[in-house]
Design a protein around this ligand. Structure first.
Ligand code: NAG
Ligand code: NAG
Ligand code: NAG
Length: 353
């Protein structure tokens, strides 16, 4: 009797358990589908992740979204419409990696930027994409490095301006000069690279070049505060020796990209490009990074020093000027950066010239 009862009961209980399990699994997948967090986990899981199936979750990044000017990705790649080849000097073998800069009226910052990258990173091609400076940046004489390494490209504010100008400018750099460089770095005039390990930039990039899964290197920010300075120092590298922490929250989770020109497929965002062939944007450790932030924060091979505020006087000018993306900074960004400060960072102050 007892035995018969058990034999009857087993299938009934299993049915119940199976039903419960099915409901559980269904809810799990519904939750995953509506939760942006689940999607980002995929991206973090390393080089196997298929970028074309992942999405960026900007809600995670919301606290900093406004101050840093992030936006939703939606860019089609514009093929070159003009043949500019004849307008510019031919490339040289030294130009393995170039820097593309979108700038407006930052003439005072450029000599130190170029001097640093020329002497300490070995950069031999600077594309100064001048977003309507008046007078044009090409009219100044002294940039601290031989003039033949600088290419100026001027956009008239009245006739050449388009929405999302900075992405447009980055795409133009690629359209015009992608065949002349293996890598292109997309930086701002207030950002400076530093090789923090034993390698030089070319050695690091040549190592990454061999891996055909890699389409771009994300270089992590090291954000500098105002150092309490009211006036512009002679040198940003020597004047701003206070940085923000890597804790939570921090602006240091952001990065800028050095992209393999072969795989660039239109700039998505000032921080990252779309890539072809399922190639990935990776950190210095070779792991895939999501669109909005790179965690954990490391700078063991390469760092991007971001002079986000500079002095009080320069920040006031920056607010007045608005940046190339037409997303002017305000004082909440200043306060946010200053509030995370207090970490001494003298690395850059040791570089001469
Ligand atoms: C990546 O995902 C896309 C879209 O689902 C698919 O067509 C492609 O084959 C995938 N690539 C790899 C390498 O898995
Ligand atoms: C662009 O111009 C260069 C130099 O004048 C020329 O050699 C090249 O064939 C042109 N390319 C196209 C696609 O017209
Ligand atoms: C920009 O274009 C407008 C209209 O063609 C012209 O009047 C103006 O002088 C140009 N500005 C510069 C700096 O070239």
């Amino acid at each position: 009797m007892l035995l018969r009862y058990k034999l009857d009961a087993v299938p009934r209980n299993w049915g119940l358990a199976a039903g419960f399990f099915t409901i559980l699994v269904t809810f799990h997948f519904i939750f995953l589908a509506i939760s942006p967090y689940g999607v980002d986990e995929l991206q973090l899981s390393g080089a196997e992740a298929n970028l074309s199936t992942t999405k960026t979750d900007y809600s995670i990044y919301n606290p900093l979204k406004n101050v840093l000017g992030s936006k939703e990705p939606a860019k089609a790649y514009a093929p070159p419409s003009t043949n500019y080849s004849a307008m510019y000097p031919p490339p040289s073998d030294e130009e393995y990696v170039a820097i593309c800069l979108a700038v407006r009226g930052q003439h005072a910052d450029l000599p130190e930027f170029m001097t640093h990258h020329y002497h300490h990173l070995g950069i031999r091609r600077f594309y100064i994409m001048d977003d309507g400076s008046e007078p044009p940046l090409s009219t100044y004489d002294d940039y601290g490095i031989p003039r033949k390494h600088i290419t100026f490209h001027y956009y008239n504010r009245t006739t050449d301006h388009v929405p999302d100008m900075q992405d447009h400018i980055y795409n133009s750099c690629m359209n015009l000069w992608r065949n002349e460089h293996t890598w292109m770095a997309f930086l701002d005039a207030d950002e400076m690279l530093e090789m923090t390990g034993e390698e030089d930039l070319t050695t690091l990039l040549k190592r990454l070049e061999k891996n055909r899964m890699i389409g771009a290197l994300a270089v992590q920010w090291q954000t500098h505060t105002s150092n309490g300075l009211l006036k512009r120092p002679i040198s940003a590298r020597k004047g701003f020796t206070d940085c923000i922490w890597d804790g939570t929250p921090t602006h240091n989770q952001m990065y800028k990209s050095i992209v393999k020109t072969e795989f660039h497929n239109g700039h998505n965002h000032v921080h990252q490009a779309f890539l072809t062939d399922n190639t990935l944007t990776v950190g210095e450790d070779g792991l895939n990074v999501p669109l909005a932030a790179r965690n954990p924060i490391t700078r063991n091979r390469i760092a991007l020093h971001h002079y986000a505020l500079k002095s009080r006087e320069e920040y006031e000018e920056k607010i007045a000027r608005s940046n190339a993306m037409d997303q002017p900074k305000d004082w909440s960004f200043w306060e946010s950066v200053e509030g995370m400060g207090g970490v001494p960072c003298f690395e850059m102050s040791t570089y001469d010239p």
